[in-house]
Design a protein around this ligand. Structure first.
Ligand SMILES: NC(=O)C1=CN([C@@H]2O[C@H](COP(=O)(O)OP(=O)(O)OC[C@H]3O[C@@H](n4cnc5c(N)ncnc54)[C@H](OP(=O)(O)O)[C@@H]3O)[C@@H](O)[C@H]2O)C=CC1
Ligand SMILES: CC(C)(CO)C(=O)C(=O)O
Length: 327
């Protein structure tokens, strides 16, 4: 199976290493110092007590990598429109594209059913750029659990505080050999992979994690383990989970998150949530998919979210003040 990971930073590097170990013929689109390091010395992924060293074909020009059996995009949500516009050389007539991304994905209401079916999310896909470049037939949803960080160009570290897994789902819920085949290679590579007919449930379940830990991490400049030690913060995290679950339920999803499990994870985690990494590294912050849009959906669904309203307003203000978000 020829697989290209477009935007192989932290998450993409982790998945690429597992795909390579599972037997896929892997390539990656990257750029800058990270690309230069990988071209010179391969990609090193430190996962708990082992290091996976791979030497994938790597380029900033997809035309050099050619047509693939499957493409995974692992760029931040705000980088997707530009990335989508570059995908064409990687796509054969039937090449699927898995969008591995946190937050509400651009395709959320496509094949959704009911009165909201087909609704666009212009904050995530302005002018339908992604929709037009990729199309719905190719689109597969991807939700990932794996706390990762690029710790030096060409080097990714994966934290061990959670069970690593990629959850895959066709956006119309049909069972599909293409998602099963990818999951199989990932499992062979030693990481978790699941296929679900209800990918939107998985989107919301993961969002509970980001809603409860991301804004607080940014505002306190702390990892979850340190924040949860403060009772008032831990209580705000529980409120955020309850409000997020209420939005999901009103939109017909089961976020099926056990708040005690989520809090127990937070108490163990010394991972810098990726939104805090963005702030501290001076990178554009992934605010809209993870925070602005979920609250817009809350308003659409008529759900009150007072705790999240405050946390997200403060986060947006912090991101603007840092010059890493404009809106
Ligand atoms: N990190 C984590 O622990 C987790 C992250 N996630 C989610 O996964 C997604 C990816 O996050 P993460 O891996 O942390 O992000 P990273 O920034 O580490 O990786 C994205 C990579 O894509 C590159 N990129 C972006 N646009 C292009 C382009 N046009 N051409 C070539 N390369 C490009 C970036 O390069 P450059 O740096 O030059 O912009 C960067 O190397 C996000 O939605 C995030 O929320 C989910 C679970 C955990
Ligand atoms: C918090 C975490 C690691 C959850 O897997 C995440 O999604 C992120 O860092 O953005």
């Amino acid at each position: 199976m020829r697989v290209c990971v477009f935007g192989a930073g932290a998450i993409g590097g982790h998945l690429l290493a597992r795909l390579a170990r599972g037997g896929a013929e892997v390539s990656m689109v990257a750029r800058g110092a990270h690309l230069a390091a990988i071209r010179a010395d391969g990609l090193r992924v430190q996962d708990r007590d082992e290091e996976i060293h791979v030497r994938p074909a790597a380029s900033d020009d997809p035309a050099e990598l050619g047509r693939q059996d499957i493409v995974l995009t692992t760029v931040k949500a705000h980088a997707l429109p530009a990335a989508a516009a570059m995908l064409a050389p990687l796509l054969g007539p039937d090449t699927p594209v898995v969008f591995v991304v946190n937050g509400i994905p651009w395709w959320y209401f496509q094949h959704h059913g009911g009165p909201l079916d087909g609704r666009r999310l212009p904050r995530l896909d302005p002018d339908d750029t992604i929709l037009r470049a990729v199309g719905l037939q190719r689109t597969i949803g991807g939700v990932v659990y794996a706390p990762c960080e690029v710790i030096a160009p060409g080097v990714v570290r994966v934290e061990g505080s959670t069970q690593h897994r990629l959850i895959l789902g066709e956006i119309d819920g049909r069972p599909g050999p293409r998602v099963e085949a990818l999951a199989e290679v990932l499992r062979a590579g030693g990481t978790g992979a699941e296929v679900t007919p209800r990918i939107r449930d998985a989107v919301w379940a993961k969002l509970m994690n980001n809603l409860s830990t991301g804004p607080i991490a940014v505002l306190s400049a702390s990892v979850p383990q340190d924040s949860t030690a403060e009772p008032a913060i831990a209580s705000a995290m529980r409120m955020a989970i309850a409000e997020g679950a209420a939005i999901a339920a009103t939109l017909g999803c089961d976020a099926s998150i056990d708040p005690d499990w989520q809090m127990a994870w937070a108490r163990r985690s010394r991972h810098r949530p990726s939104i805090l990494q963005d702030l501290q590294l001076g990178r554009q912050m992934e605010v809209d998919a993870l925070y602005t849009v979920p609250l817009e959906l809350a308003r659409l669904a008529g759900v009150a979210t007072p705790t999240l309203d405050l946390l997200v307003a403060l986060l947006r203000q912090r991101a603007r003040a840092a010059g890493l978000y404009a809106d």
